[in-house]
Design a binder for this molecule. Structure first.
Ligand code: GTP
Ligand code: MG
Length: 141
């Protein structure tokens, strides 16, 4: 089964949307196999988004991602990567399809509620960034 790494971002936690967003994720058929709450340092956030280091918004992104607690999770589902990106919608909530998580809850392209891995390869790297193998359970429920 394919895996993806998501992060319920600091805006999601601040807006008390952990439950609501997690419910949508579970109702869409994703199984949570790892989950924690953590507050990223600027270094940890910058390392996670290192591919965007040269982008003009990198400073803002790092500041936002380290601005409060967030909730990383590993999710399992057939076709998890693509299906999760469909569930969350486009990066910019103004361009996100109706009914997607970002369209419904995100305030801006910078504060857009959730992260989703963009490839199987990156999903593995990102899962390992947050979780040790011992923290990943076999969720058969
Ligand atoms: P992630 O799932 O978080 O990786 O988002 P994405 O894959 O939809 O977008 P991308 O990887 O291109 O950008 C990563 C993150 O950088 C976005 O989710 C935003 O939080 C942030 N970001 C992207 N573009 C902008 C921008 O123009 N301004 C600001 N402030 N942040 C941006
Ligand atoms: Mg991305």
């Amino acid at each position: 089964v394919e895996r993806t790494l998501t992060i319920l971002k600091p805006d999601c936690v601040r807006k008390n949307l952990i439950g609501e967003v997690t419910k949508r994720i579970q109702e869409a058929g994703f199984k949570i196999v790892a989950m924690k709450m953590t507050k990223l340092t600027e270094d940890t956030a910058g390392g996670f988004y290192a591919v965007h280091k040269e982008r003009p918004f990198f400073g803002e992104l790092v500041e936002f991602m380290s601005s409060g607690p967030c909730v990383p999770m590993i999710l399992e589902k057939e076709n998890a990567i693509a299906d999760f990106r469909e569930l969350i919608g486009a990066t910019n909530p103004e361009e996100a399809d109706e009914g997607t998580i970002r369209a419904d809850f995100a305030d801006s392209v910078g504060e857009n509620i959730v992260h989703g891995s963009d490839s199987v390869e990156n999903g593995k790297i990102e899962a390992n960034y947050f979780f040790a193998e011992s923290e990943v359970v076999a969720n058969k429920a």
